[in-house]
Design a protein around this ligand. Sequence first.
Ligand SMILES: [Zn+2]
Length: 121
Amino acid sequence: MHEFSVAKQVCDKALEILDEEDMEKVVDVYVGIGKLSHINEKQFRFCFNNIKKNFVALEESDLSVNEKDVSIECDCGYKGVIEINDFEEIPNKFKCPKCDDPNPSIEKGDEVIIEKIKLED
Ligand SMILES: [Zn+2]
């Protein structure tokens, strides 16, 4: 399952940051999920909560999820956020709002990142 491997990566990354900062516990993890990342938030939470139980430093942490907009950069010069209405039914195709190019390059929106993390010593 896609959500499981992404949740695992987020947990690994959180533990890595914890280690780098030389702290004891992860309190809050804020994750930004791009609308094009094909992540189902409910499943992602479920996976995160299952994985964190395996780590003492992570088991009490809270997860916050932020849905991130999609930005494109098109050959016509258009650059900006585009509207994607339904998060559940992720479109595989969308167009540049200016020139209708069906394949604008995605600048942002297909990533899953830790935006912020709160640690405790
Ligand atoms: Zn365009």
